[in-house]
Design a protein around this ligand. Structure first.
Ligand code: CMC
Length: 426
């Protein structure tokens, strides 16, 4: 039987339907509320579903993350990133020939036009890679301006392929720019993560020297970041896309939203924090700072809006992290020692236990990327690269059905109407 919720407002009664979810919380459909002259108030969207979606499901209390119904642990263990990209975009795992075609489609689109590459000349060496990535992705709209009909399914599909394909190339170009090295072209013979690592760390004209441990750890990082339902950057992509903006503009908006330290910037912030702590004997002092309400300091890489017991991605990442550290002989890395001590104290402290604050994926991915020799300022770029299939899948999902421009309401608490006063009498 269909459930409803009855709301009484100023003597009037309103029946609101409850929409049943396949899994997780059902939602009260409040769309008819505006006819009663009231809105709902939910800053930070703590209790508000902004859309319906068939892509990803998270149960934060149970530590469950599934893409198109497949648990993240199975995907991370048995799949590869491009297969997960296909799954997110198409809703089903690809058959062998479908995956081969998809990989071929991606490989063909990885190269960046030499004229377009000049966009990087406008940046100095000290530019943040996220700034370059954001500009370059928005700039792709200029290159593909003839394929930007968002209501044309073939155009949408082409944009999705272009973005997934070009993101590693652009990301590697930001790295070569900050390290003042010539760009390396993508190699269609290499896998997705291996190609990215070779474009960063290889030498032009020389065969790839990328180790399979590094390539596979990075591929896993990409899988673990591939989508996370309606997080801040994905919601930004949907909101920007709902204005009928082109996909490159919408994804650039998502990249900008990801940059903040409360979201994708957290992996970079974790390493900065470990460096600031600097000494294992300082860990307890920093934990006290994090608990002090008068101190704005927070433990970066701890806590999550949705996961309140554990982050399933962090568990998978832990293993990958250890494999990379073992190959790099980095177990004795001082920052890692600090990280381990921090994790231990935070897990024992009532402050963190009571608030359900556990290490999140950024805690482990930051350490793994450090051991791989990737500079800290590149971490959020890697998050963006991994998250691109999620963003573009949500954008495609929104556009494949009727949608409305996203336009939140507000609770106005400013001055009531008053009269303009002449400047001399203020
Ligand atoms: N260190 C110390 N205290 C914290 C932390 C932390 N990292 N995170 C939350 N708290 C406290 C917070 O002060 C509050 O305390 P009280 O109840 O006494 O006021 C309580 O825990 C609840 O926190 P909240 O801010 O209401 O939680 P939220 O859901 O709004 O924020 C968060 C989630 C991820 C923004 C926050 O935990 C945080 O800033 N963590 C550090 C940054 C980080 O690692 N972000 C990456 C998230 S995972 C990547 C992704 O998926 O984007």
């Amino acid at each position: 039987m269909k459930q409803t919720v009855t709301l009484n407002i100023e003597g009037k009664s309103l029946e609101l339907p409850v929409l049943e979810a396949i899994a997780g919380a059902s939602v009260i459909d409040v769309r008819s509320l505006s006819s009663a002259g009231v809105f709902t108030y939910d800053p930070g969207f703590l209790s508000t579903a902004s859309c319906d979606s068939k892509i990803t499901f998270i149960d934060g209390d149970a530590g469950i993350l599934m893409h198109r119904g497949y648990p993240i642990e199975q995907l991370a263990d048995q799949s590869e990133h491009l297969e997960v990209c296909y799954l997110l975009l198409h809703g089903e795992l690809p058959a062998e020939d479908q995956l081969a075609t998809f990989k071929n489609d991606i490989n063909e689109r990885m190269p960046i036009d030499s004229q377009f590459a000049k966009i990087f000349d406008g940046f100095t060496r000290s530019a943040h890679p996220m700034s370059m990535l954001c500009a370059a992705v928005a700039g792709l709209a200029a290159q593909f301006h003839e394929g930007l009909d968002i209501y044309n399914e073939a155009h949408r599909k082409e944009s999705a392929l272009q973005l997934i394909a070009k993101m590693p190339t652009l990301a590697a170009m930001t790295y070569r720019k900050i390290t003042e090295q010539p760009f390396i072209d993508p190699n269609p013979e290499l896998g997705y993560a291996e190609n990215f690592l070779n474009m960063c760390f290889g030498e032009p004209g020389r065969a790839s020297q990328v180790s399979s441990t590094m390539a596979s750890a990075l591929d896993k990082i990409f899988i673990l970041h591939a989508d996370h339902e309606q997080n801040a950057s994905t919601s930004t992509v949907r909101l920007a896309g709902s204005t009928e903006a082109n996909p490159y503009a919408a994804i650039a908006a998502g990249i900008a939203a990801l940059w903040g330290p409360s979201h994708g910037g957290a992996n970079e912030a974790v390493l900065n924090m470990l460096e600031e702590i600097g000494d294992i004997n300082e860990v307890a002092r920093y934990v006290d700072k994090a608990k002090d309400k008068d101190d704005p300091f927070k433990l970066m890489g701890f806590g999550h809006r949705v996961y309140k017991n554990f982050d399933p991605r962090a568990l998978v990442m832990q293993d990958s992290c250890h494999a990379v550290l073992a190959e790099k002989n980095a177990q004795d890395e001082p920052l890692l020692e600090i990280a381990k001590q921090l994790e231990k104290i935070a897990r024992e402290e009532p402050y963190f236990i009571e608030r359900k604050l556990y290490p999140n994926i950024d805690f482990y991915s930051g350490i793994t990327l450090k051991a791989m020799g990737i500079p800290t300022s590149m971490y959020t770029v890697l998050f963006a690269l991994g998250r691109t299939p999620g963003w573009i899948s949500h954008w495609c999902e929104m556009l494949s059905e009727p949608f409305k421009i996203g336009r939140p309401r507000q609770l106005y608490l400013g001055s009531a109407q008053r009269n303009y006063t002449d400047i001399g009498s203020r």
